[in-house]
Design a protein around this ligand. Structure first.
Ligand code: HEM
Length: 364
C-alpha cells in the first residue's frame, strides 16, 4: 500500500487512507489544514481530543498543569507495588492470562487512584470503564446497538459518580487529579464542572485499553521472539527502548482520524474540504524510508521516531504514564517470571476494531 497507493480514496468508507510516514507526519503537524473536530461530534461531549486551536491550546495548557511528567514520575513506587500485588495473586499457579490478570487491571487502578476514586469503589469503576471501551461481541446490528446502549448508560453513571466526587473535592481538596483540575487556572480561566467530568471520562477511554494493549503486545513480543526475551533478561536496563520498539512494531492505536479543513493536495491527490482522512500510524511506523530494517524488532533501536502517540498539538497527554506503566510491568515480569511462553492451547481472538491492535486474552 505504501508503494502502490500511498494515498488512496476508499469508496466503501468515503475516506482517504494515508500510509507513508512523511504524509502522516505532515497531516498530524498541521491542525489548520487537518481538523480534529468530528463532523458528528456533539458539543456537549467535546474533549481536547476533538478540539482545534485556539480552544484546544487553552484547554490543553490547563490539563497539562495537572498531568506533568513530575507528577507522573512520582507514581513509580506505587505502580510497582500494584504490579507486584497483581502478580502475587497468580504467579504460584504457573499460568495466567496476561490480559485479564495484569494488563487490564493495572491501568484502571492507576487512573482511578490518580483521579481520586476511593478504593472501595474500584470494582464499580472498573465495570463502567470496561463498558466504555467494549466492542460488540458479534458483527451484527443488534450487538452494535446493545453495546451503544450499555455505553450510554455507563457514561451517565460515571458522570453522576464523578459529579459527586467533584463536589466533595471542591469542599475538601485532596492530593488528586480532580482537586488539581478544580484549582488549575490560566489567565483567570478555570475548567467548568462539565469540562472536568468530560476530561475524567476521556482519561478512562483514552488511557485504559491503550495501555492494556501496550502491555499485552509487549509480552506477545517476548513469546514470539525468544531471542528478545533473552536480551531483555540479560539487559533489563533496555526496558525503556524495548517499550518504544513495541510501540513502533505493534502500535495499540493503528490509525488517527482527521477532517480536511480546506482543499489540499497530499501525495499528488486532491483532498476536498470536509473529506475524512485516516493516517495509518501502523504503516508509517514500518516505512522503510524512515526506519532501517523496519520489519525487524530491534530492542535498542535509535532513533525511534514512531508515531504511536501521535504528533504535534494532540500528542498523547498520557504518554509519560503509559511509558512508565509499560516499563514497570515488563521489568517486573522479567524479574519475577521464568521462561515465558504462550500457552499451547491459546486461542488468540483479536479485539474487534479497525483502529485498536490487541487480543482479548493472552494465556502464558
Ligand atoms: C491522545 C495513543 C495512553 C490520554 C492520544 C493520541 C494517540 C494516543 C495516538 C493522539 C490522537 C490524535 O492526534 O487525534 C495512546 C497510546 C497509549 C495512550 C498508544 C498507550 C500505550 C494514554 C493514557 C492517557 C492518555 C494512559 C491518560 C491517562 C490521552 C489524551 C489525549 C491522547 C487526553 C488527547 C490529547 C489532545 O488531544 O491534546 N493518545 N495513548 N493516553 N491521549 Fe493517549
Amino acid at each position: 500500500l505504501r508503494r502502490l497507493t500511498p494515498v488512496r480514496f476508499d469508496e466503501s468508507r468515503s475516506t482517504w487512507d494515508v500510509f507513508r510516514y512523511e504524509d502522516v507526519h505532515r497531516i498530524l503537524k498541521d491542525p489548520a489544514a487537518f481538523s480534529s473536530v468530528r463532523m458528528l461530534s456533539d458539543k456537549e461531549r467535546e474533549t481536547i481530543l476533538t478540539m482545534d486551536p485556539p480552544r484546544h491550546s487553552q484547554m490543553r495548557a490547563l490539563v497539562n498543569k495537572a498531568f506533568t511528567p513530575k507528577i507522573i514520575s512520582e507514581l513509580e513506587p506505587h505502580i510497582r507495588s500494584i504490579t507486584n500485588d497483581l502478580l502475587n495473586a497468580v504467579l504460584d499457579k504457573g499460568a495466567m492470562d496476561m490480559v485479564h490478570d495484569l494488563a487490564v487491571p493495572l491501568p484502571v487502578i492507576v487512573i482511578a487512584e490518580l483521579l481520586g476514586v476511593p478504593s472501595k469503589d474500584r470494582d464499580l469503576f472498573k465495570e463502567w470503564s470496561d463498558i466504555l471501551v467494549k466492542g460488540p461481541e458479534e458483527n451484527t446490528d443488534e450487538a452494535f446497538y446493545q453495546v451503544m446502549a450499555e455505553k450510554g448508560q455507563a457514561t451517565e453513571q460515571l458522570n453522576a459518580y464523578f459529579a459527586q466526587i467533584v463536589e466533595q473535592r471542591r469542599l475538601e481538596p485532596q492530593e488528586d487529579l480532580i482537586s488539581l483540575l478544580l484549582s488549575a487556572e490560566i489567565e483567570g480561566q478555570k475548567l467548568t464542572d462539565k469540562e472536568i467530568l468530560g476530561f475524567s471520562i476521556l482519561l478512562l477511554a483514552a488511557g485504559n485499553e491503550t495501555t492494556t494493549n501496550l502491555i499485552t503486545n509487549a509480552v506477545r513480543i517476548l513469546t514470539e521472539k525468544t531471542d528478545v526475551q533473552q536480551q531483555l533478561r540479560h539487559n533489563p536496563e533496555l526496558v525503556a527502548s524495548f517499550i518504544e520498539e513495541v510501540l513502533r512494531f505493534y502500535p495499540p492505536i493503528q490509525a488517527i482520524g482527521r477532517v480536511a479543513a480546506a482543499d489540499i493536495e497530499i501525495g499528488g491527490k486532491s483532498i476536498k474540504k470536509g473529506d475524512q482522512v485516516v493516517s495509518w500510524v501502523a504503516s508509517a511506523n514500518r516505512d522503510e524510508t524512515k526506519f532501517a530494517d523496519p520489519e525487524t524488532f530491534i530492542i535498542d533501536r535509535k532513533p525511534n521516531a514512531h508515531l504511536s502517540f501521535g504528533f504535534g498539538i494532540h500528542f498523547c497527554l498520557g504518554a509519560p504514564l503509559a511509558r512508565l506503566e509499560g516499563q514497570i510491568a515488563l521489568r517486573t515480569i522479567i524479574e519475577r517470571m521464568g521462561d515465558i511462553r504462550l500457552a499451547a492451547d491459546a486461542d488468540l481472538t483479536p479485539i474487534q476494531s479497525p483502529f485498536v491492535y490487541g487480543v482479548k486474552h493472552y494465556p502464558v
